[in-house]
Design a protein around this ligand. Structure first.
Ligand SMILES: [Zn+2]
Ligand SMILES: [Zn+2]
Length: 761
């Protein structure tokens, strides 16, 4: 069964009740979550139940070895993550035999996180789990909990391979929420190719947070990075301090000299939020003031609860804003929850880390700086606002990105739309192959197992035998190598040995990045975000498989830029689209990261393009592409449009918009455009999956092409810049330095392609 409902609707209680009951009944429960932090929180909650028969324990990479034996033999409620299940529990299933024999229930929490390639790996791990359970004679119930998603039952079935019932009705009390879509103004600053620079979402978030706290509205601001969150908090504190100062110490003339005037029962003298200028009029803040603020210490300030006179209230306002990030101890988090509930903290700026581990409900407003990626996460974050069924406010602040631009200009794309389906492709042979090896190493595979792993299994098995990875014998398929079969699958990456990210000063391993992504995320000089913390990559050593990083506070962000070539291996599906045609198929992509772009954090201003020396990488993947016949493009060329620039601009914007239809990240996909492609002989625009074998994103683009390309056209047309900017056709990852680009040409090109297609509603 899958329960797919909103934030704070009681999902945990819904699975805890039967899970704990199973334990009391002599059974065992396996609880899976994507992160260790969430498992630790769950464990705390279980212990607070004080049920003596419940022997709950976390089993993850941090669990000491001396505790592991006890857990295997005695725990009846084990909390772990897919990585641990894959690497440790399933390969050593014999040691877990008594646990598996009694296994009644598998809880898969936060399962909306299992999408794309990672989700496909988890799907195969769950199939291996089912097979191991069957070996020990158990047939556990799978109970999945997810944020709201489209067709959750179908998703759950793809994830587990089992028929699934879905629970989607949410009976928890909720007041109405007003949603505002907020577009920051263009500034006088100039970026790449003279394009106008939009005011940043963080600067706008700081203004709005100030105004809301002044209006005594309890507000939560979601910001992408810890540094961003701290900057928002600090800027808002500084602005509130100014207000408090102007109230307390500005004797303009004798008649209004006392600081206590507001407390004297004269509300008319108070500066109401409406007297502060609207943020859109404020232009960019002077960089100096924000520089100073950045050096402020980063500990979470939890003010002592107080409730004196209103004048004290005003003076204390700056202290009522805090920043929060991942990694705080549980006690700090509980204190913070308390401070938020009591109102001693009025404004909290946070990374998404908050989604994992802090229970904040009872807020009045939520600010979301930048599109959070899906409608599902938008509603999840907005759902934090609204206490006791009261009305609430949520503001989505656009970043300078084509998708954000499109959304704030097209509310119909957000409202009245179903949330996204969660996309994954367990049949991807690059995912399935390694798990078949791991499964064979656990228990030799037989014909009876094949249906468990899906329809492509026989072909993939043949390939594995040919490659010498598995051996076919009359009794089935065997793993005969000395190596660990589980090392073949890098479940959070896309194949290849992952690059270890190591803090150079301490030697601490922060995490790993799959090899293909390493070129774009941890190249030398990159600003690397890890759990909301900022690091600077000192050196990427591909041969050693290590990226050395150091904690840093640079005032810029980096974007890797690559040049790409693409060749068509096979067109799997195609149909006419307007006068042109649309294809989905297999391609080979050669990509080389050539430089990286630096942009100032606060203003978005371009700071330069630094060259890099990295080898090209070849990727076999899947792509969606469209072509236009020569007769059509000739007409456009005659009108004076730059065809190459038009196709290039359409490609950039299309990459920006695909995440709206395919639940992926802009960085999961790439594109190539050309006036004349060698394989098609026509003007062609490709958008491909950035993962070996594909991840299902391009396929979604093919299926939703008309809506997707219509939205792309609208995103370009609705941006008020004249010749293109980062909010429409410029791409921060363009290997050609955003040259050539033709904004009007792109609109005409897409109009031509969509000519006979039905207009999207
Ligand atoms: Zn623009
Ligand atoms: Zn480009």
């Amino acid at each position: 069964m899958i329960i797919s409902t909103g934030t704070a609707s009681g999902k945990s209680l819904a699975y805890l009740t039967p899970a704990v009951a199973s334990c009391l009944d002599g059974g065992t429960v396996l609880y899976l979550t994507p992160t260790k932090a969430l498992a630790a929180d769950q464990l705390r909650g279980l212990r607070e139940l004080r049920v003596t028969q419940l022997r709950a324990a976390c089993f993850d990479g941090d669990t000491p070895f001396e505790e592991r034996t006890w857990i295997r033999q005695h725990a009846n409620y084990v909390l772990t993550n897919p990585d641990m299940l894959h690497r440790s529990i399933l390969p050593r299933h014999a040691q877990w035999s008594s646990f598996f024999r009694r296994l009644r229930m598998v809880v898969v929490d936060e399962c909306h996180g299992y999408r794309g390639v990672f989700g496909s790996h988890v799907a195969q791990i769950l199939r291996r789990l089912r097979r191991v359970c069957a070996r020990y004679g158990s047939q556990p119930v799978f109970l999945l909990a997810s944020a709201t998603a489209s067709e959750p039952g179908a998703f759950a079935m793809r994830l587990t391979g089992l028929e699934m019932a879905e629970v989607t009705s949410d009976g928890s009390p909720k007041g109405a929420t007003t949603i505002a879509l907020w577009e920051p103004p263009l500034t006088e600053l100039r970026g790449e190719r003279g394009a106008p620079v939009r005011r940043t979402a963080t600067a706008e978030a700081a203004d709005l947070l100030t105004d809301l706290v002044l209006a005594k509205v309890r507000t939560l601001a979601f910001v992408r990075s810890r540094r961003g969150a701290e900057t928002v908090a600090l800027t808002a504190r500084a602005k509130l301090a100014d207000v408090a100062f102007s109230l307390a110490g500005t004797p303009v003339d004798g008649s209004s000299s006392t600081a206590s005037a507001p407390a004297g029962g004269n509300p008319g003298a108070l500066p109401t939020p409406s007297t502060t200028p609207p943020p859109s009029d404020q232009g960019t803040a002077p960089p100096g003031s924000e520089q100073g603020a950045l050096s402020w210490g980063a500990s979470v300030p939890v003010p002592v609860p107080e409730s004196e006179s209103e004048s004290a209230d005003w003076a204390a306002l700056p202290d009522r804003i805090a920043a929060y990030r991942a990694g705080y101890l549980a006690e700090d988090r509980r204190l913070l929850e308390k401070a938020l509930r009591s109102g001693s903290i009025m404004g909290l700026a946070t990374t998404n880390a908050l989604e994992l581990g802090v229970d904040v409900s009872g807020l009045d407003a939520v600010l979301i700086a930048g599109w959070p990626g899906t409608r599902a996460s938008l509603w999840q974050q907005a759902g934090r606002a609204g206490r006791d069924g009261q009305e609430a406010l949520a503001v989505l602040i656009a970043r300078d990105d084509p998708l954000d631009t499109y959304l704030v200009h097209h509310p119909q794309a957000l409202f009245g739309q179903p949330v996204e389906a969660i996309v994954l492709d367990p049949d991807n042979p690059y995912v399935l192959g390694p798990h078949l090896c791991a499964a064979a190493a656990e228990i030799p595979l037989t014909d009876a197992d094949l249906p468990v792993f899906g329809p492509t299994t026989p072909n993939v098995l043949d390939d594995l035998v040919t490659e010498g990875l598995l051996r076919k014998r009359p009794a089935g398929w065997f793993w005969t190598k000395r190596e660990r079969a589980t090392d073949l699958a890098d479940i959070r990456g896309g194949g290849g040995a992952p690059i270890q990210v190591v803090e150079s000063a301490t030697g601490r391993l922060l995490g790993s990045v799959d090899e293909p992504s390493a070129h774009t995320t941890v190249h030398t000089g990159a600003v690397y975000l890890h759990q909301g913390e900022t690091y600077l990559v000192e050196l990427l050593d591909l041969e050693a498989g290590v990226a050395l990083v150091g904690g840093a506070e640079p005032d810029y962000t980096t974007f890797a830029r690559d040049v790409t070539e693409i060749s068509v291996l096979a067109s799997l599906r195609s149909h006419d689209l307007g006068p042109g045609s649309l294809h989905f198929g297999e391609v080979e992509v050669t990509r080389q990261v050539v430089s990286y772009l630096k942009r100032r954090l606060q203003s978005g201003e371009m700071l330069g393009d630094e060259p890099l020396d990295l080898p090209p990488r070849t990727l076999r993947t899947r792509a969606v592409w469209w072509t236009l016949p020569a007769s059509e493009v000739a007409a456009l060329a005659e009108e004076g449009f730059d065809l190459g620039g038009a196709a290039h601009a359409a490609e950039h914007a299309a990459i920006g918009l695909l995440p709206l239809f395919a639940t992926c990240d802009r960085w999961d996909i790439g594109g190539v455009s050309t006036e004349l492609h060698a394989d098609t002989g026509l003007l062609t625009v490709f958008v491909y999956d950035g993962h070996e074998g594909g991840a299902g994103f391009a396929e979604r683009g093919y299926a939703r092409a008309t809506d997707w390309l219509t939205a792309t056209r609208e995103a370009i047309a609705s941006c008020e810049c004249e010749r293109g900017c980062p909010s429409c056709i410029q791409s921060p990852k363009c290997g050609n330095g955003n040259e050539p680009l033709d904004k009007r040409g792109a609109i005409h090109l897409l109009d031509t392609l969509l000519r006979s297609a039905p207009a999207a509603s």
